[in-house]
Design a protein around this ligand. Structure first.
Ligand code: AMP
Length: 303
């Protein structure tokens, strides 16, 4: 089983073309939707009593074990964002913590021996608190965001010493280390503890740095980008889902997981929320993985 913790949100999103309100989002939501396509998942999270039943039902439809989902009086976490014309950069319009304000994640007894742990983007203190309750997981992967580097850097740096892998985007890698070169940033992050550093570069792909080798992957080429919210979380869900399905983290399963994560993220950006990701079947995923794998394959170059 993969234990997933993170936010469960109602998002209000404005893109240059469209807007949508109270869309199901949050880091844990996208991780679960992606990972559950590949392996059993248990969710630890919190929502308010206003959380729509139809959204709650989705988690069960995906086969996610929701024993660790608390429903408490109050409002569900809400986030609002407005995208720039590049659909990469965005401004946060509001963050309403609601029930998240007093959230202290409690891992159900039945999840504590989960071999895989995905620490989705939430305050690093909460990520620590989840890890404190786990019994020797074999692979822990964490995500974060600019906000936590700004306001909780010490806690985040300590977290790096407790995880096997960290997934960050290029801006976060530079901000965390002060390095300009992503290669140098990855080396600095590796020196802080994790044995794998995965750096996402949006539509330019992602790279794996593990100290002994470097792997670089393209993003799946798309024509239509509706909303990039949750692409990073979906990527993480695909990665951890594949590592779990492969029976453990090896350099090869992590590389394959990066390809799977990129393809699953390509579905997420084709719609608001999880709609397109949910409608993608295994055949759709296999097709995209095969295209992606073919993109940088060349015949041997003989001089
Ligand atoms: P991503 O586009 O991968 O960065 O993830 C976007 C998701 O992160 C949205 O669905 C938001 O609800 C969620 N989110 C935004 N800000 C926060 C925050 N401060 N803590 C936890 N989740 C957040």
């Amino acid at each position: 089983m993969i234990l997933v913790v993170g936010s469960i949100a109602l998002d209000s999103i404005e893109t240059p073309h469209e807007r949508a309100e109270d869309v199901l989002g949050g880091s844990a939501t996208f991780i679960c939707a992606a990972a559950a396509k590949l392996a059993p998942v248990g969710l630890v999270g919190i929502v308010g009593e206003d959380f729509p039943e139809r959204y709650r039902r989705l988690f069960s439809d995906w086969g996610v074990d929701t024993a660790g989902l608390e429903v408490v009086p109050g409002r569900t976490f809400r986030w609002g964002g407005r995208y720039h014309s590049d659909m990469i950069h965005r401004d946060t319009l509001f963050t309403e913590l609601g029930v998240f304000e007093t959230f202290s994640p409690s891992v159900p007894e039945s999840f504590r021996r989960a071999p895989y742990v995905a620490l989705g983007n939430i305050h690093p203190d909460l990520q620590h608190h989840v890890l404190d309750q786990m019994e020797k997981p074999s692979w822990v992967v964490a995500d974060t965001m600019k906000l936590w580097i700004d306001i909780a850097r010490d806690s985040l740096e300590r977290l790096l010493g407790r995880v096997d892998a960290i997934v960050v985007n290029d801006e976060e890698a530079r901000q965390l280390t002060g390095q300009i070169s992503l290669n140098a940033a990855a080396a600095d992050l590796l020196a802080k503890g994790p044995s794998a550093v995965i750096i996402k570069r949006g539509e330019h792909g992602a790279s794996l740095h593990n100290g002994s080798s470097l792997f670089s992957s393209c993003a799946f080429p798309l024509h239509k980008v509706a909303d990039t919210t949750g692409a990073g979380d979906t990527f993480l869900g695909g990665l951890v889902g594949w590592v779990a399905r492969s029976g453990g983290a090896t350099a090869e399963s992590i590389k394959q997981g990066i390809q799977i994560g990129s393809c699953l993220a390509s579905f997420t950006v084709e719609s608001f929320g999880v709609e397109r990701l949910c409608s993608a079947g295994q055949g759709d995923l296999e097709e995209r993985v095969s295209v992606l794998n073919s993109l940088s394959r060349v015949a041997e170059i003989a001089f």
